[in-house]
Design a protein around this ligand. Sequence first.
Ligand code: OOG
Ligand code: NI
Length: 469
Amino acid sequence: MSQSPSSQVAPIIAKDCIRTQFSKAMSDMYRLEVPAYGALLDLVISSNNRYLENNSAMVTQLQQVENIDTLSEQRHGAIRLGKASELSMMRRIFAIMGMYPVGYYDLSVANIPVHSTAFRPVESESIRSNPFRVFTSLLRLELIENEALRQKAESVLQDRDIFGDQVRRLVKLAEENKGLTIAEVGEFISAIVNVFRWHSEAAIDSALYAELLQEHPLIADVVSFKGPHINHLTPRVLDIDEVQGKIHTTGAIAKAIIEGPPKRRCPILLRQTAFLAIKEPISFAGEEQGPSEFFHAARFGEIEQRGVALTKKGRALYDKLLKETRLLTRPLNDGSNLTQYLQQITAVFNAFPDDYQELHLQQLAYFKYSICDTQIAPKIEHSTTIAELLEQGVVRIDPITYEDFLPVSAAGIFQSNLGDQGEVDFNQQPNQEQFEADLGAAVADEFMLYEQIQMDSIATCLAFFNVNN
Ligand code: OOG
Ligand code: NI
């Protein structure tokens, strides 16, 4: 039976596809807003291309787990929210793009009054398609001691609506119809990108801005504006040391140290560096606009090199070694003890095996198992184990890329833009329960997700060889 065009239902667009379009739209916007980010992106693309041309073994390895053609399009971003209702709405928005909250990060340890999660895809095929992640922080006004100021900030946040009716309508539509059509996706993406746009006019007066800034620059950044501007985007780079040395060519100033583990043959977790936040002129609601007296520094650019995801055991070793290093030398924002810090961290991390076979053997990291050659692989004995298949060389292992973040690194990134006051530590006050209540959902456990990917890959290999194990 033929249908008239009007009765045909437009197909629903895959979440992975919406996420890819969104990531690109965000990058295009940020490029226009922060030109140094565009320059950084160009550096990353040429460095990655050069690296892939010269490292064919790395290409083979990466291809097992990743889409190598879109490597330079991979990135994460970060936003900071002011109240619970913003966080729960953001969760619904990201779910439409196949991004779900993973992990809980308590930044109060580093004098940053926020706690955070990362919205990201969780299935291995979705990650391969596009791993775009957004590090999302929620302000914790309860950590502010100045009662009067806290109340003022609270009432500013209470009154604001960062989403607007169009966003709410589209989110409801997507939830009801279990997705969006191509026309709706276009509207959705431009509406959401708008939420993250920069507003140079503050939503408060200059006196309150000055007070908030005095209390903590991060509070001023979250409370003062009409929306949660994207504060950085971070392209993925394969050789972070090379690009770190070139960041100054973008016209911006490079952060002094690369956060995370030292340079290794087999990269683990995540290494990150950034250029310092640019100073942007701002004006104030209802105030005469003179030659700008106020410059707001919040938005920066970052790059990251991702390595293998660690098991709980591997992560415990990483945390122990990092702590040991920082007891010897705490890296200073101005880079004045950089040489000493690099020597210490390199020496201390000698205790972390730098060989994939060894990392696998000691169960320090997660690996994807795959069949070496489906054409020539023989049928194997019924009782063969995955370890035997590996030993026989019919199955190979490749590192599963770390998709998450590191709290000490995140603190270092925050602090590089906060100046000296960021050096004082709060007491550690995690409150995952409150965060999840505000989010309206539990955050996923990153270790369980990697474990599942590893187990699924083993199951696929065993099924291929008809091995019941
Ligand atoms: C987030 C900082 C954390 C990272 O890569 O660790 C982060 C922020 O500055 O809002 O993005
Ligand atoms: Ni970041």
